[in-house]
Ligand binder design. Structure first.
Ligand code: MN
Length: 288
């Protein structure tokens, strides 16, 4: 299942600025599974990656030492054990080095053990969280660890600086106004408040808010319209980046979504989603 036996020697990480880590986890999801295939699919789609972004001028592979160090070997029969496996991997294998990890999931449960490990090194961190959902539920079906609960667990354990957390892209039934999902201090931006305008002013505001505090960035692929990334767990129509080409789910976007909600993912769904993920990951490496 995992590529752990192919991991590079860990002293290699001392030479890296950035490492990609795969977490093939999907046993925390409440609906469609399959995100265990995410890391591998992102790698497949990345085989045609370009080294230079002509829009931003970024050429990250020229200015940073970057390597993919493989997948974490985790227990897919026990979610809490899987979380332990993830936390210990980051705590002992990644964070001792000055190498910035870029994690490829995997369902959103994984952010909880990753943040646990990060706290040991950095203390409470800020967070830029881009997602259709707040992921601050107390429990899901009576369980405290699940893909909808990682950030409430993180608050309870002091892993986040609550005055430096912003969730962007909320929409659908997961974030009804007046619900008990809001965390004091967190800032929330609904998807519709991002539509048809530049997000540059908001991002400048976020930079000011974060200041010099270390920041964890979490990007849930369902922040995008499922026309562009249909291989997600929960499909909510309309994404955070709505424009004139995405007014109708599945018919207005550049990518046709022929799936129906509730059906199992196909390889084409994963390919489409992984392609977007690849772009998002590399877009975070904006050094020139
Ligand atoms: Mn989500």
């Amino acid at each position: 299942m995992c590529a752990a036996r192919q991991l590079l020697p860990f002293n290699f990480l001392s030479c890296l600025d950035v490492c990609f880590v795969g977490i093939p986890l999907d046993i925390g999801t409440s609906f469609r599974s399959g995100t265990r295939h995410g890391p591998r699919q992102i790698r497949n789609e990345s085989s045609i990656i370009g080294a230079f972004n002509c829009s931003t001028g970024a050429a990250p592979f020229e200015s940073l030492q970057i390597a993919d160090i493989g997948d974490i070997n985790l227990n897919l029969y026990d979610l809490k054990q899987a979380c332990n496996d993830i936390r210990e991997f980051y705590r002992t294998k990644v964070l001792p080095y000055n190498c910035v990890p870029l994690t490829m999931g995997g369902d959103h449960t994984l952010s909880y053990p990753v943040l646990q490990a990060i706290k040991e090194k950095h203390g409470a961190v800020g967070m830029v969280h881009i997602d259709a959902h707040p992921d601050t539920l107390g429990t899901m079906m009576g369980k405290d660890v699940a893909h909808g609960t990682p950030f409430l667990r993180s608050v309870e354990e002091g892993l986040l600086d609550c005055n430096k957390v912003i969730t962007i892209g909320l929409r659908g039934h997961a974030a009804l106004p007046g619900g008990d999902w809001k965390v004091p201090g967190f800032r929330y931006v609904y998807a519709q408040d991002c539509w048809y305008k530049s997000l540059a002013p908001l991002m400048e505001d976020v930079r000011q808010q974060m200041g010099d505090t270390p920041v964890y960035i979490s990007f849930d692929i369902d922040a995008l319209d499922p026309a562009y990334a249909p291989g997600t767990v929960l499909q909510f129509r309309k994404g955070v980046w709505e424009n004139k080409n995405t007014k109708k789910w599945g018919s207005g976007g550049r990518v046709k979504n022929t799936r129906q909600p509730g059906k199992q993912n196909t390889e084409a769904d994963w390919e489409s989603s992984a392609t977007r993920w690849r772009y998002i990951l590399v877009a975070t490496l904006q050094q020139r």
